[in-house]
Design a protein around this ligand. Structure first.
Ligand code: BES
Ligand code: MN
Ligand code: ZN
Length: 497
């Protein structure tokens, strides 16, 4: 599905839906002209007591006499406070929603009134990006749908005086959104389609954009000694993999920033099997890896001036005669031994080796992992914030700020010696679950910390934010790609000067 988005200084299609964005009753330029053709109806709508700019009223004029459009939609915009990038993208998403499942081929949006309070980005580009983000949907497998119920494609034209600026800014935003869509796509795919090998193949496609992609299969991983990761995949017919992606857009010898994702393409829990209810949701237990993939797509697409490494640890967690058992002890790549007490605490085992490998080989200045790691984070933070853990206050603060700027919000939880002690084992160096029932997300993070060495590191537990059943402000129901926009923004603000 591909939206067609263009920018123009005058209306070029006199059919379809026309949307007027207004932050006051004053009419200028094109809007004034349209109002005249409509015999003052726009003025009347804006002046009505029931119309509220603050609340963002939406009024629709179907089959307007005097104009060739099928519908004119007037949307009030609250511009009392300066509009942030997020406000304006959300406005774009609202325009998309206001059209419902209109079958019209063309939508024309008059944006001239809206000004962004954002450095480097003009409002029309942000509005278009909001439309784009909200328009993405996944119906690849619904062969019997009526056309009207399918994901809609349209030609969107945004009317603005400064088309050059809008086009240039949108080009960058679109690349980031393409990264978001890649993530949403692989996270939405079913687990019989996306498994370690096929997800690795999707990564290989980034070579077209200049990303170097290395794929390690089971034989390679055995040779390297990633036994903690391999242990999780033992019960599966599907071969475990690890993917390393390199984007070299920075100075030749500058240390990279590294992103590491949990890619459990299906998590049954293994021998410590999960209950049947909602187990299908564990197809998106690879969302961390999916975000790393989409982020690399975004960075390469917009040619970010940074050296970035993206690592995906890819396994399927299945019960079978060859599966790992509770009680097994594995020797991780780091040399530390792990007693497996619950085979469903598998994400940390995958990340343990992927994190150690990444810091050991690349010596990154910063390493950030993303994982749908614990159900406990959903108990703590619900679906609004992802859990943030870090061994650096500065890194944690910077990430939290980027979360606010992009709407992918983070909330920091503590790391401390007392929690770390909770994963000491009597028979090995550590066990893969805590002893008590409390602080499950923290003990999981403590476990990861044992594999980052001295690297400046942050862990994002995205179990509550990767999938949204109801749909969010910039996404329809389903995969969110939470983390792509956040980390792209983090790279842009802190690593590309
Ligand atoms: N993938 C799950 C965590 C999860 C749960 C993600 C619900 C998204 C929604 C993870 O592998 C897991 O099973 N964690 C266990 C850990 C426990 C056994 C210590 C959990 O959270 O119950
Ligand atoms: Mn699990
Ligand atoms: Zn899992």
């Amino acid at each position: 599905m591909k939206m067609r988005i263009s920018f123009n200084d005058k209306i070029s299609h006199d059919s379809g839906v026309l949307v007027l964005l207004q932050s006051s009753t004053t009419l200028n330029g094109i809007t004034k002209d349209i109002d005249q053709k409509l015999n003052g109806q726009v003025r009347k709508i804006l002046g009505a007591d029931s119309f509220s700019f603050k609340k963002g009223s939406i009024v629709k004029l179907p089959q307007p006499a005097g104009l060739p459009f099928s519908e004119v939609i007037v949307i009030g915009v609250d511009a009392e406070k300066p509009l942030s990038a997020q406000d304006i993208e959300t406005l774009g998403a609202k325009i998309h929603t206001s059209l419902g499942n209109s079958q019209e081929k063309y939508a024309t949006i008059v944006t001239s009134e809206i000004k962004a309070n954002v450095k480097d980005l003009v409002a029309p580009a942000l509005i278009a990006n909001g439309v784009l983000l909200k328009s993405w949907c996944f119906d690849d497998y619904r062969t019997q749908l009526e056309k009207s119920d399918r994901c809609q494609t349209k030609r969107w034209e945004f009317i603005t005086d400064d088309t050059a600026a809008a086009k240039a800014d949108f080009k960058t935003l679109e690349e980031i959104s393409e990264g978001v869509f890649l993530t949403r796509h692989v996270v939405s795919e079913p687990p019989n389609v996306i498994y370690p090998k096929t997800l690795a193949e999707r990564a290989k496609e980034l070579e077209k954009l200049g990303v170097r992609v290395e794929i390690f299969d089971e034989k390679d991983l055995k040779k390297l000694g990633l036994n903690a990761l391999l242990g999780v995949g033992l019960g599966s017919e599907k071969e475990s993999h690890m993917v390393v992606m390199h984007w070299e857009g920075g100075k030749k010898d500058a240390d990279p920033i590294a992103f590491v994702g949990k890619g459990v393409t299906f998590d049954t829990g293994g021998i410590s099997i999960k209950p049947a209810g909602d187990m299908d949701e564990m197809k998106w237990d690879m969302a961390g890896a999916g975000v790393v993939l989409g982020l690399m797509r975004a960075l390469a697409g917009r040619k970010a001036k940074v050296n970035a490494i993206g690592v995906m640890g890819l396994v399927e967690n299945m019960p079978s005669g060859s599966a790992q058992r509770p009680g097994d002890i594995v020797k991780s790549l780091s040399g530390q031994t792990i007693e497996i007490l619950n085979t469903d605490a598998e994400g940390r085992l995958v990340l343990a080796d992927a994190l150690w490998y990444t810091q050991d080989r690349f010596k990154p200045k910063t390493m950030i992992d993303l994982a749908t790691l614990t159900g406990a984070i959903i108990i703590s933070l619900g679906n609004e914030h992802a859990g943030l853990f870090s061994n650096s206050d500065e890194l944690a603060n910077n990430l939290a700020d980027c979360g606010l700027a992009t709407g992918e919000k983070l909330w920091r939880l503590p790391l401390a010696k007392a929690y770390d002690k909770d994963i000491d084992s009597v028979v090995a160096d550590m066990k893969n679950i805590g002893s008590g029932r409390g602080a499950g997300s923290i003990t999981a993070a403590q476990f990861l910390q044992r594999f980052v060495n001295k690297t400046t590191w942050a862990h994002l537990d995205i179990a509550g934010t990767s999938w949204n059943k109801k749909g969010g402000s910039l996404a329809q129901a389903g995969a969110t790609a939470f983390g792509v926009r956040l980390l792209n923004h983090f790279v842009a603000t802190h690593y590309e000067h």
